[in-house]
Design a protein around this ligand. Structure first.
Ligand SMILES: Cc1cc2nc3c(=O)[nH]c(=O)nc-3n(C[C@H](O)[C@H](O)[C@H](O)COP(=O)(O)OP(=O)(O)OC[C@H]3O[C@@H](n4cnc5c(N)ncnc54)[C@H](O)[C@@H]3O)c2cc1C
Length: 415
């Protein structure tokens, strides 16, 4: 139907919205993959010209593995990920603190394994789910303008001066989100901590490094985490330390000083000192998060992943929560006519916000808990961790279901 000025009138109750996703990270790609699975049209704009995922490993807990399996990533996870048998926590001097069994018990209890994977492998697997014609590279969003109301929409402006329009915009553009800036003026909060991250070939380490364990060592002011990735050929490590003075520029690809890493952790127990001795190059950056928001959507614009709820990595949930967001948002947008978009975005927000805010706060809280100096408070913490090491204590995190309606379980089964 045409209007008096000759433009085509849109039927708000039947027409499907044009969805624009900003950012092809873990959250944006999962959303695009889930929308592809339901035949929902979208475009995805990514600022980088070449997709090359930086960073080391990432832990995937059952709450995110289940949806990834439903999207059909069983074979890719089988090929690259490592099924973790247990999570072990020790003191910096090797004293045992807690052990949570994962392995088959996790699969029985939560219908999915606990996995570790190289970020590049996860990224590659997610890319295989999307329609590549819908991905625009070298497209850095610089501004957004929303026209509210039934006939409204969003105007997107990119760095290269090009402009496009969408009915719904999803900011999946990370901790320094341009989309979030349009909605909320808040600053990233520096935690006072920095992190060294990298990979070491398993061959350069004692055989114990290949064991399918996530290992944490806790010490005064810092902690050290490692686990195998790339089918066990590489060991991913993350070493958290206090950072004095102003935080260095934040970039996941910033080089760190291996000697400073050795100085901080060289006298820690067994595998920690083996890893820091073997490190040739490392990355280091300052850790930031932001306070939980009370709202992250308008009628036409919403956020997902780190853009919505950047968190410190101390519950290993940032990527997992980005995947959960993407599945719930895809379920809300699938089949939704234009007229229902404000309602669907509000529904998505109410599904996600309480859970992600709690995890943001929990991750912040862990910064203090994990880094206690040796003494009475540390001994009380160790005793508490031992008491709460049972796998069933993880049920609030691991049993959570998202986006069930997006796709049926893939026939390929377990990872
Ligand atoms: C040290 C460390 C360890 C971690 N370990 C874990 C872990 O074990 N488990 C876990 O679940 N999580 C972990 N995380 C967190 C996890 O990496 C992040 O939460 C996750 O990557 C967030 O995904 P995202 O898609 O929201 O954002 P990102 O992965 O940051 O992706 C954002 C994308 O948007 C693009 N972009 C940005 N701005 C624009 C723009 N203006 N226009 C167009 N594109 C843009 C970027 O180039 C990027 O591709 C860790 C984080 C850190 C720092």
């Amino acid at each position: 139907m045409s209007t008096a000025d000759g433009t085509k009138r849109r039927s708000l109750d039947t027409e499907r919205p044009h969805i624009a996703v900003i950012g092809a990270g873990i959250g944006g790609l999962t959303l695009a993959g889930a929308l592809t699975a339901t035949g929902t049209p979208y475009v995805i704009h990514e600022q980088t010209r070449e997709l090359a995922e930086v960073g080391a490993g990432v832990q995937l807990s059952p709450n995110a593995v289940r949806p990834l399996l439903r999207l059909g990533l069983g074979a890719a996870l089988e090929e690259h990920a490592v099924r973790i048998e247990a999570m072990e926590v020790r003191g910096w001097n090797g004293r045992p603190i807690a052990r949570t069994p994962l392995g088959s018990e996790c699969e029985r209890m939560f219908s999915a394994p606990y996995l570790t994977i190289h970020r590049a492998h996860l990224h590659e697997a997610l890319l295989s789910l999307i329609d590549r014609d819908r991905l625009g590279l070298g497209r850095r969003l610089s501004a957004l303008e929303e026209r509210p109301g039934d006939a409204g929409g969003v105007r997107l402006t990119f760095d290269d001066g090009t402009v496009s329009a969408a009915d719904v915009v999803v900011g999946a553009d990370g901790i320094h989100s341009t989309v979030r800036e349009v909605l909320r003026r808040d600053e990233a909060v520096f935690s006072g901590l920095g992190i060294y991250r990298g990979l070491v070939p398993a061959d350069a380490l004692p055989p114990a490094a290949r064991e399918r364990l996530v290992r944490l060592w806790l010490g005064p002011g810092g902690h050290f985490v490692c686990y195998p990735v790339a089918s066990g050929e590489l060991v991913s490590y993350a070493a958290t330390v206090p950072l004095d003075g102003p935080p260095p520029p934040e970039s996941w690809s910033r080089e760190g000083d291996p000697d400073a890493l050795r100085a901080a952790f060289g006298d820690w127990t067994g595998l920690v000192s083996d890893i820091v001795t073997a490190v040739e190059t490392t990355h280091q950056w300052a850790l930031h998060d932001r306070a939980p928001l009370r709202s992250w959507s308008t009628e036409r614009i919403t956020l997902a992943g780190d853009a919505a709820h950047p968190m410190l990595p101390f519950m290993a949930q940032g990527a997992n929560q980005a995947i959960e967001d993407a599945m719930d948002l895809a379920a809300c947008l699938t089949g939704a006519p234009l007229s229902s978009i404000p309602r669907q975005l509000a529904r998505y927000e109410s599904l996600r916000m309480p859970r992600t805010a709690e995890i943001q706060r929990g991750s912040r809280g862990n910064a203090g808990v994990l880094h206690l100096p040796d003494g009475p408070a540390q001994r009380r913490r160790d005793a508490q961790m031992a008491v709460h090491a049972a796998l069933r204590d993880r049920a609030p995190l691991y049993a959570h279901e998202t986006g069930r309606s997006v796709v049926q379980p893939a026939a390929s089964g377990a990872a």
